[in-house]
Design a protein around this ligand. Structure first.
Ligand SMILES: *[C@@H]1O[C@H](CO)[C@@H](O)[C@H](O)[C@H]1NC(C)=O
Ligand SMILES: *[C@@H]1O[C@H](CO)[C@@H](O)[C@H](O)[C@H]1NC(C)=O
Ligand SMILES: *[C@@H]1O[C@H](CO)[C@@H](O)[C@H](O)[C@H]1NC(C)=O
Length: 329
């Protein structure tokens, strides 16, 4: 091809545009692929072990449940919507060939639902090896839970606090056992608003989300301290930026501009749910972590959380407040 005819291509948009678009897609896929991160490769079986995964009907939670089912574990998928859970369960049973996968209703915005869930679980099972606190809401509009707590703090933090509390006796009796908390790198921007923890005076969805994720990390430290000597470990983690339904509350992604410009960009730099589940699986299963507690992980590695996530005075303040609000003091 002569130089002249090569440049002529650029004068013919009918060829240029499709090939430019195809090339961009190709590059986007290559970038996405190279950013998927570590995979937990240890094939260890979980036969005879019992797991609870909250928010297991979609995204990272679903992939976590699927992996545990493939390892022959007994998996409780704790979800708000039983119909969505049932769909995911059928798919997981088909792909794992493990029938010991159950859907149970758990609405983290209702103390009564949390209590009902744990009561039924305890009536059905005699042990709990790993509790995976995975469910979360992100940047939702101002809503309140059944007990009147702001939705993000209520779900991401208080609901899981109560759930964990009600299952501790089982975890202790099944030791060595583990609690895994899915937090986020968003905690690094988080600040605990001690003056208005429940957003009574003002509400900033982004700040409150970051605060709720900081709570997860702070609590893991306080909980780990309280669990010393029990052989129950508690760790938190950042799963990576994952393209799941969590993004549904990010306004910009729902606008036209978001769908055309921002979404493809976010997609390129995000992990798929399978890769998003890997650090959770690592924290839940890796034999080397049996005695590791109170730590924070990202990309299947121990990592330092932000300074404000190591504030033990704040962690204790939060613990006391949460006990009071969950009426378990
Ligand atoms: C919890 O169980 C009780 C008694 O079975 C029932 O009355 C209540 O409605 C349940 N709560 C929720 C939120 O499902
Ligand atoms: C997980 O986070 C919840 C809510 O912040 C907290 O109550 C619980 O203690 C945490 N558990 C672990 C293992 O970090
Ligand atoms: C914890 O595990 C160790 C062995 O690793 C055992 O000796 C100890 O009795 C266990 N403690 C409890 C409270 O289960």
């Amino acid at each position: 091809m002569s130089t002249k005819s090569f440049f002529a291509i650029f004068k013919r948009p009918s060829i240029l545009w499709p090939s430019a678009i195809a090339t961009s897609f190709g590059i986007a896929f290559i970038i996405k692929d190279s950013l998927q991160g570590e995979v937990f490769k240890n094939p260890i079986s979980q036969e005879g072990k019992v797991f609870i995964v909250t928010g297991a009907n979609t995204g990272i939670g679903k992939e976590t449940a699927r992996d545990l089912a493939k390892r022959k574990g007994t998996v409780y998928m704790a979800c708000r919507s039983l119909s969505k859970c049932e769909e995911a369960r059928k798919e997981i049973i088909l792909s794992s060939k493990n029938k010991n996968v159950y859907c149970r209703e758990l609405d983290l915005t209702s103390f009564s639902s949390i209590k009902n869930f744990t009561k039924r679980f305890k009536a059905e099972q005699s042990r709990l090896d790993v509790l995976i606190n995975n469910a979360g809401v992100m940047r939702c509009p101002k809503l309140v839970t059944n007990e009147g707590f702001e939705m993000q703090i209520g779900t991401n933090h208080l609901g899981h606090f109560l759930l964990t509390h009600l299952l501790l006796d089982y975890l202790k009796a099944s030791a060595p056992s583990r609690i895994v908390n899915v937090s986020s790198i968003a905690h690094t921007r988080g600040e605990i608003n001690t003056g208005d923890f429940n957003s009574e005076n003002s509400y900033d969805p982004k700040k409150v989300y970051e605060m709720s994720k900081l709570c997860n990390v702070l609590f893991t430290r306080e909980l780990a301290k309280r669990l010393e000597g029990t052989n129950v470990t508690a760790n938190s983690l950042h799963p990576g930026i994952v393209d799941t339904e969590l993004m549904r509350h990010m306004g910009v992604v729902n606008s036209i501009f978001g769908k055309v410009i921002v979404w493809p960009f976010l997609w390129m730099f995000s992990k798929n749910p399978y890769h998003g589940a890997q650090t959770t699986l690592y924290c839940a299963l890796d034999p080397s972590l049996e005695k590791v507690s109170g730590e924070y992980f990202a990309d299947c590695k121990k990592t330092e959380p932000a300074d404000q996530a190591k504030d033990d005075t704040m962690a204790l303040w939060l613990w006391k407040l949460s006990e009071k609000w969950c009426r378990i003091a």
